[in-house]
Design a protein around this ligand. Sequence first.
Ligand code: AMP
Length: 174
Amino acid sequence: MELADIIRSVPDFPKKGIVFKDITTLLADEKAFCAVLHQWADRLRAREVTRVLAIESRGFIFGGALAYELKVPLALARKAGKLPWSTIREEYALEYGTDSLELHEDAITPGDRVAVVDDLLATGGTALATVKLAERLNGIVVDVGFLIELAFLHGREKLDAYPVESFITYSSEA
Ligand code: AMP
């Protein structure tokens, strides 16, 4: 079975016109989930990653498992107001308005080889904000990885200065 067949596409969630990619069906398939994590971990090992930086919230699922597998520290990029200590913040554009992500100011050691991790690449705004946070703390972003890429939204172009990787690519909305 193809990985893409294990992801459930839910039309009009959370609002009309969006086809939501539901990864819970992959998480419930332990063979597929572990196969993805093993490949992902092998790639990060080859790139000599020293820190995993996971994006709230579904990125945490993959980021936690990868940090465990690689035996490297895990950092969390969270929505504004969720992190308790001193933070740095990056704003990014949404379809309407802006959103922001924060990182604890000691979350990255200068010179860390950072792997950014999230479940899905859409327009790329979320991942680019996370990359900027890592770079402000003098991390070197060596991998920006996703389970799923919605290629028709061209997020990869926004991240063209970085190595972007994904396991499942959708070239159209359907
Ligand atoms: P973007 O900043 O546009 O690349 O959006 C990426 C973030 O939004 C990721 O953290 C995803 O979890 C979430 N996201 C965007 N579009 C979808 C979608 N169609 N299905 C599931 N999650 C999505």
